[in-house]
Design a protein around this ligand. Structure first.
Ligand code: SIN
Length: 280
């Protein structure tokens, strides 16, 4: 099979064809995927009926895997695989979307000191209506800011906080164990990509306020940056097909899941998250 990178027109996503991830990826194929990942930020591999072990093995090619803080989402046998599903063992729906925080704009695990480099998601079960995943290009968002706004946010740090993030997305409160595992951390509002050197906005629902600034002003700046970054011209909308594998660069994108009827529609995604560096 010949590996082929097919970028989407006017977008920052590309489809990678000619791979069988379940069978394994060789060095040359990995290099092509890695280069495309840095060029396009969101990669789509269609028709990849993976098992969880192969999913995990694929993730480990990119670095150390990071388990989810919410233990209830962890795979029973492979804890570095997380399952977000509204389908019960008897096949009925639970009626609620799991992890409501995934329905608001965020970048994965930014509430930790060394947030996610990439998330790799596969889709054994998809909603027929709704449930698309939307991505925002945060490098382009930074580039398109006015010079005044770039100056205003230069050198600012935001506090990213798992507990506050859950309050904002109306999820169950963080447990004392989770708060201990993920105390609030600070990250620059503009981060430099460690591999490409490009600057991106680094914000989203996990960011609660700006360090050394009054709460309301900091929240207003973060809200205005998010509004700017999620304008339709900066978005890629992923319409899921069964057995898609999607990977994205959390260092320079944000994402969220579009609402769907969680009582009528079944949606299950399995994911692995690769740990990244401390943002600078
Ligand atoms: C996530 O935010 O990692 C999950 C996205 C999705 O369910 O599409």
């Amino acid at each position: 099979m010949q590996i082929n990178v097919a970028p989407f027109e006017n977008s920052f996503a590309a489809e990678i064809n000619g791979l069988d991830i379940q069978r394994g990826i060789n060095k040359r194929q990995f290099e092509i995927i890695h280069e495309a990942f840095l060029d396009y930020k969101v990669l789509i591999f269609r028709d990849q009926p993976l098992d969880d072990k192969a999913h995990q093995t694929f993730g480990m090619l990119f670095g150390e895997l990071d388990g989810h803080i919410n233990k209830s989402t962890r795979h029973k046998v492979l804890p570095s695989v997380q399952i977000f599903s509204n389908v019960k063992a008897n096949g009925e729906t639970t009626g609620v979307h799991p992890e409501k925080g995934t329905q608001v704009w965020h970048t994965d695990k930014s509430y930790t000191a060394t947030p996610s480099l990439t998330t790799i998601l596969r889709s054994p079960e998809i909603a027929r209506v709704g449930g698309d995943t939307l991505f925002a290009d945060m490098t382009r968002a930074y580039d398109k800011l006015s010079d005044d706004m770039k100056k205003t946010i230069e050198g600012l740090f935001a506090v990213h906080d798992w507990a506050r993030s859950r309050e904002k997305s109306n999820e169950r409160a963080a447990t004392p164990e989770e708060i201990k595992a993920a105390p609030p951390v600070e990250h620059p509002v503009v981060r430099t990509h460690p591999e490409t050197g490009k600057k991106s906005l680094y914000i989203g629902n996990h960011s609660s306020h700006i360090t050394n600034m009054d709460l309301a002003t900091g929240e207003a700046i973060l809200a205005s940056l998010e509004k700017h970054a999620t304008q339709s011209a900066l978005i890629y909308r992923h319409k899921w097909q069964i057995d898609d594998v999607l990977m994205w660069d959390n260092r320079c994108t944000m994402h969220c899941v579009e609402p769907y009827d969680a009582a009528k529609e079944k949606r299950s995604v399995h994911r692995v998250v690769v740990k990244g560096d401390r943002p600078f």
